[in-house]
Design a protein around this ligand. Structure first.
Ligand code: CTP
Length: 411
């Protein structure tokens, strides 16, 4: 890293060594266009943090001091890119450059939270970079890097983000931050787990204060859902333990479950191929408040996992004596819900189903049974059920066994 002047850190070398040639070309071209048309533009947020951490970034955000829509139209007029999407309220633009590289351009903006916990409204587009930075979540996410030619690579750090990255510290920017946007509690834990950072004491206190005295249900749950989904999709089971150690269940109006992240991960890993929503196995071990499940606006498939979990938890297993009973008890439920049920209850029947019975299938089909002489649908259904019973008890193993069994039954 070189110093641009006595106080300015310049990270052109990091940009050159860590970003692809295509992206470097785009940044260069954007910087030149900004000079030509009189805009100041900056890399901002996660990408700058990730350059310092030498980690790959998920996406590239550029902020335009002024109106990003105007700037992007200049880029389009110069045939440098095409616009994919414009948010006319926030004045943000998603743009596609050659080789399908997508970049989000945002206008500098100040925001105001008219109702705590709800999405903010923009009060001023085109404020200064400094004003824009203060609406953000953590100091480590508030760094900007100039892309204009003369100052290319210069880091602008209004809030001590570089120091905090150095000391692996997560620090919220202002005391009302969690109250305005409680999804930042989840974000903080997500970043802590992802980068092995620790939250500073004041940030922890503010989180506890929110969870102990300021909780309210009328908030933007879609943001919380999105952050939880990202967190539990990191393939890092420790984040589940970290959530519980930091009482995140309170945020979800739930009780602390007696489950460890590693137990969940092990079970998921053993059934990876059969599970569509691993992140919901983690969440399903915590979330049970009906109102919040509704507020999460799950898709139909996602919601079924929670409905199935409720059905399983409220059922009575005292009549279940055989493998066949176990199979019938779980067969219509999503595998995710059976995993959650097992993790919460440790019922051995669930494990027998997950590990063994769920894999058992009758190989003969209705057509084949017809060819063997069975005629009406009821007979065929009953025969398939009889074969299933035999298979579940281990008396019938393969298709040849099934055929022999049917023959003895028909006789
Ligand atoms: N941001 C914020 N409050 C939020 C979400 C985002 O202040 N609740 C700001 C942060 O400055 C963040 C930027 O918006 O850096 C972009 O948000 P996002 O893309 O969600 O996160 P990144 O920080 O880029 O992290 P990731 O690598 O997980 O995408």
């Amino acid at each position: 890293m070189q110093k641009a002047n006595k106080n300015t850190l310049n990270i052109t070398d990091k940009i050159k060594s860590q970003l692809s040639q295509d992206i470097q070309t785009i940044l260069d071209v954007c910087g030149k266009a900004a000079d030509l048309y009189g805009f100041k533009i900056f890399l901002i947020g996660g990408i700058v943090r990730d350059l310092f951490l030498e980690k790959e970034s998920f996406d590239i955000d550029i902020t335009v001091e002024g109106n990003a829509t105007d700037f992007c139209h200049k880029l389009v007029d110069s045939k440098l890119c095409k616009i994919l999407q414009v948010n006319s309220d926030l004045k943000t633009v998603k743009v596609q450059f050659p080789n399908n590289i997508e970049i989000d351009f945002a206008s500098t903006r100040q925001e105001f939270y008219p109702r705590r916990g709800h999405l903010p409204v923009v009060v001023r587009i085109g404020c200064t970079l400094e004003e824009d930075v203060y609406r953000r979540d953590f100091t480590i996410n508030s760094l900007a890097v100039s892309l204009n030619k003369k100052t290319f690579g210069n880091v602008i750090d209004y809030v001590g983000g570089i120091d905090d990255i150095k000391h692996k510290k997560l620090k919220i920017l202002h005391d009302n931050s969690f109250n305005e946007d409680p999804s930042r509690i989840i974000r903080g834990l997500k970043f802590a787990a992802r980068f092995s950072f620790h939250r500073d004491e004041h940030t922890k206190e503010l989180q506890e204060k929110y969870q102990n005295t300021q909780l309210h249900k009328d908030i933007s749950w879609s943001r919380i859902k999105s952050e939880i989904k990202q967190s539990f999709s990191l393939e890092n089971h420790k984040i589940f333990d970290m959530f519980l150690a930091n009482n995140v269940e309170k945020l979800l109006y739930a009780q602390k479950p007696d489950v460890k992240g590693l137990e969940i991960k092990t079970l998921i890993d053993n059934h990876k191929a059969e599970i569509d929503f691993p992140w919901l196995v983690y969440l399903g071990c915590i979330l049970n408040d009906k109102e919040i499940i509704e507020a999460f606006c799950f898709t139909r498939q996602e919601k079924k996992i929670f409905t199935d979990k409720d059905i399983l938890l409220s059922a009575n297993l005292s009549m279940i004596n055989s493998n066949y009973d176990i199979y019938k008890f779980f067969e219509k439920r999503t595998l995710e819900s059976v995993l959650i049920y097992y993790l919460l209850t440790k019922r051995k029947e669930a494990l027998i189903y997950i590990e063994k019975l769920s894999k058992i299938r009758v190989e003969l089909n209705g057509e084949e049974l017809k060819e063997m002489g069975l005629t009406d649908g009821k007979q065929i259904g009953e025969m398939l059920d009889k074969i299933l019973r035999k298979k579940l008890n281990g008396n019938v193993i393969n298709k040849a066994d099934e055929i022999n069994f049917v023959k003895t039954q028909i006789k």
